[in-house]
Design a binder for this molecule. Structure first.
Ligand SMILES: [Cu+2]
Length: 319
């Protein structure tokens, strides 16, 4: 594990890394429940001592991909309640239940919040990263909610149970929102325009390898140097793997910025894709008290360096 050493190279760096793809057997069953084996994976940079120095043949918990199962380590994401119809204002709510079915009401705060909620339509559009409120009496998390469009959505919750050994868990469910919709095929893009900001991404991802991604934010052609800490970091990157929406929610590693600190125009990430193929990346950043979200779509090259991204003319066939 040289993650710590690598992180030290990036003062403001964030790490985007899936574990290796050991033992993943995710499948979408007809009722929309996603099953899979994604036991206890840990965020890079949070390796616990029990991993270090082991040389056993078994994959460790860092070797799994997150965001493919509704239950991990005995914790289960309950069914998600939400408005039945597009355009109907209501509430989205759920519980995290422990192995005995009891709603969990105590969490370890991570990145300023006890729980992070990410919702994305399965085609990668309509991404939201928000923070619901916990009712400690019922153990129910909720927030006001309205579906803007129909479709099949993936709901991800990212939280850390209490306990010294606890590491961050990501649970997921599918929510269907009735109505007609036109899925959008994610097109490769390394630049986005959002709320007057131009956000561009430089770098390439290679399967199984840590690759540096540099995000640069400008406004009206001028570098933005007033990035503010948001949830204890200068930026948050969520990456979803196109095809199964394997998930990663990462925050800044290393020294947390202090209130009043500013950064920009560049944010550096180390990205490690578990497989070649397309990834949907979402960057949350804050300027002047407002949070903005920029989206990118990248192809990770095969570990031998081959890529299908240059011309886009190669077929998907062949192994
Ligand atoms: Cu969050």
């Amino acid at each position: 594990m040289n993650t710590s050493a690598r992180l030290a190279l990036f003062g403001l760096g964030l790490v985007v890394a899936f574990g290796g793809a050991f033992g993943i057997a995710g499948a979408v069953v007809p009722d929309g429940v996603v099953t899979g084996w994604a036991k206890g994976s840990e965020m890079n940079g949070h390796e616990e001592g029990h991993d270090s120095g082991t040389t056993g043949a078994k994959p460790t918990s860092t070797d799994t991909v997150k965001g493919l199962a509704l239950g991990v380590d005995g914790y289960v994401l309950s069914p998600v309640e939400s408005p039945a119809l597009v355009g109907e204002l209501g509430e989205l709510s759920f519980q995290i239940q422990d192995a005995s079915g009891t709603p969990v009401t105590e969490y370890t705060t991570a990145h300023d919040k006890d729980l992070h909620l990410i919702v994305a339509r399965s085609d990668g559009s309509h991404f939201r990263h928000v923070h619901p409120v916990l009712s400690e009496s019922t153990g129910t998390w909720s927030l006001p909610w309205e579906w803007a469009e129909a479709g099949s959505y993936r709901v991800f919750v990212d939280f850390t149970p209490v306990g010294a050994e606890a590491s961050g868990l990501t649970l997921t469910r599918t929510v269907q929102v009735a109505g007609e919709f036109a899925p959008v095929a994610p097109q490769l893009t390394q630049a986005d325009q959002v709320d007057g900001f131009t956000v561009s991404l430089d770098g390439e991802m290679v399967a199984g390898t840590s690759s540096e991604l540099t995000i640069t934010i400008t406004r009206d052609g001028e570098p933005v140097t007033t990035l503010e800490p948001y949830l204890g970091a200068f930026g948050h990157l969520v990456a979803l793997r196109d095809g199964d929406l394997a998930f990663l929610h990462v925050h800044a590693e290393g020294e947390a910025p202090k209130t009043g600190d500013m950064a920009g125009p560049e944010i550096v990430f180390a990205a490690e894709a578990p497989t070649a193929g397309r990834y949907l990346l979402y960057l949350d950043f804050q300027v002047n008290g407002e949070v903005h979200t920029a989206k990118f779509v990248l192809d990770a090259a095969h570990s031998d360096g081959s890529t299908r991204t240059e011309s886009g003319s190669h077929s998907e066939e062949g192994h």
